[in-house]
Design a protein around this ligand. Sequence first.
Ligand SMILES: Cc1ncc(COP(=O)(O)O)c(C=O)c1O
Length: 450
Amino acid sequence: MKARKFAKVSTKLPGVKAAAVVKRTAEYVSPSISRFYPLVVESAHGSLVKDVDGNQFIDFSSGIAVLATGSTHPKVVKAIQEQAEKFVHFSYTDFYYENLVELSEKLVSMAPGEFAKMVYYGNSGAEAIEAAMKLTRNYTRRPLFLSHSGAFHGRTMGALSLTASKPIQRKGALPLVPDTVHFPFPYCYRCPWKQTFPECDYYCIDYFKEQYLEKFVPVDEVAAYFFEPIQGEGGYVVPPPEYFRKMEFLRREGVVFVSDEIQTGVGRTGKFLGIEHFGIVPDVVAIAKGIASGLPLSATLAKAKIMESWKPGQHASTFGANPVAVQAALATLDVMKSERLMENAKKMGARAMKRLRELKDKYEIVGDVRGLGLFIGVEIVKDKMTKARGEKEAGQIIEYCFRHGLLAITAGRNTIRVIPPLTTSEEELDEGLDILEEGIAQINSVVAKA
Ligand SMILES: Cc1ncc(COP(=O)(O)O)c(C=O)c1O
């Protein structure tokens, strides 16, 4: 085992203090929250996290793809402190403040598309999606929504209607918003039609046309098509390069394209938005997670002509565009530029991909490695031939990582995410990958013996 510079675990996990917090949490906090392992955070800086018992971990989770600039970036902290001393709240539902316009101008200039755009603000990813649902129905005066199986767009009733990631998320909440239609996402590693790309010639799109549009979905009644450019919670699934371009025929039928960039946005894939890798310009974009480096903020950007269909009073949120969160977002975008974080995401992403692809060749349980920038998934299988999902094995690997000082988490049933902060250094990345490899090697040998 290589000597560790960053990962330092010296107690059993959870340690005494962590175990006490876990116990109190179980008593007072909703059991609807599912956690990967008992990490109890005491402090976090950059890509390093300390727990309440003094153990130190390398962060490959970014607080679930949120900490774009790492934890407590000094410039973000300063921006928060300075704004908190001026004013903490003055609801944008009824009053004005300038940093909000500044952020809107920045977001509009950074998002792709040479057309006028406007921004609506909420507090969470789900709220950004709810806003997009209301907006696109209002603009088109059409009832239907399209989204994908495997999609994750949030857990509130509207957003949940578009989500089709795990049955537990819907359990007990049905019925949801009617008239949402899910169709298969191009998950080439597990193609539902057992085809191979590129020989398949995008059969998935032919299937969608034949089995959906020609059978039961009147396209002229579809308000919007919601998609993640790369599915996140569905298992870090990267679609083939021409997929969204080929889907553009829907736009000619008046369907609004909504790119859910809540997980893929804010530089994570090496570009500001994930969809920029796929050669189309969406009409509406939902951003959250990384935008304010951890403060709650979401933005729904839309073509001005779409957002102008809303009249005063049609949609708002008391806490949306909180001025402290807005200042944190401005600092986040400044840091992204001054520290060239998108370049770092590309560089570190390529470094991680190279190493992870080697692991794929080396270990039977690594079925697939895919991603863009620092948005990478490692799909764990029981064996490469059958591709049987290694759900238990993926869980065992991240548990191993935790016990050895790396915070890795899964997506979908059996994919391990590699999503460190965009500020991550080569040294931190390499040490994290060393621990991940040890975990994979150990579980691989257990599977091989079984
Ligand atoms: C792609 C995507 N959309 C929407 C959401 C929901 O965001 P939130 O949890 O902030 O409501 C998430 C959260 O993981 C997400 O990954």
